[in-house]
Design a protein around this ligand. Sequence first.
Ligand code: GRF
Length: 198
Amino acid sequence: MTAKLTVLISGGGSNLAALLNACERGELNARITRVIADRDCSGKAHALTRDIPFHLIERKLPDFAERLADAVPKDTDLIILAGFLSLFPAAIVDKFPKKIINLHPSLLPAYGGVGMYGLHVHKAVIAAGEHESGCTVHYVDHGMDTGQIIAQARIPVLPDDDAATLQARLAPVEHETLVRTVAHLLNESSISQKGKPC
Ligand code: GRF
């Protein structure tokens, strides 16, 4: 059975592209059936060029949570927050237990929570003099970056790294970690029988 994925984005969508490529190459026995963004972003092109239904739900709308709930297909097997910057509404979290995951660009629980996104994370890691950073895939709960950790990958922080170089070196590691974790979760839940184990 081919799993149905919903992917939420706010930015460039390189992780969305990695998931799409993995589906196209058969590494994931899955189809991305909907892409949702909370702001206009360049990542939408990955959905539009492949005719994947794309919904833009502006995060500032008063009924953002309700619209988002309506936009998520009821039959989705996994909801993937891949660079989605809005707090995911608690009501939707409750509707999809253990079916919503988030990718975060640090080794959680370090460098998570309010204000910890994008370059802010990498700046904080470097300012603290860390020798190691990485990414985390975790289940989404009612908090921000607080859900149960599913997978992490580590990279060294190099002496001459700045936030941009650290971010750039982490990006391919994030892509690989996200795809591998999605494959693992689909296998584990028997939704799909074809992905590689974690
Ligand atoms: C990634 O660094 C991810 O960890 C974070 O947002 C970034 C998304 O990048 N949550 P992209 O939009 O997939 O290129």
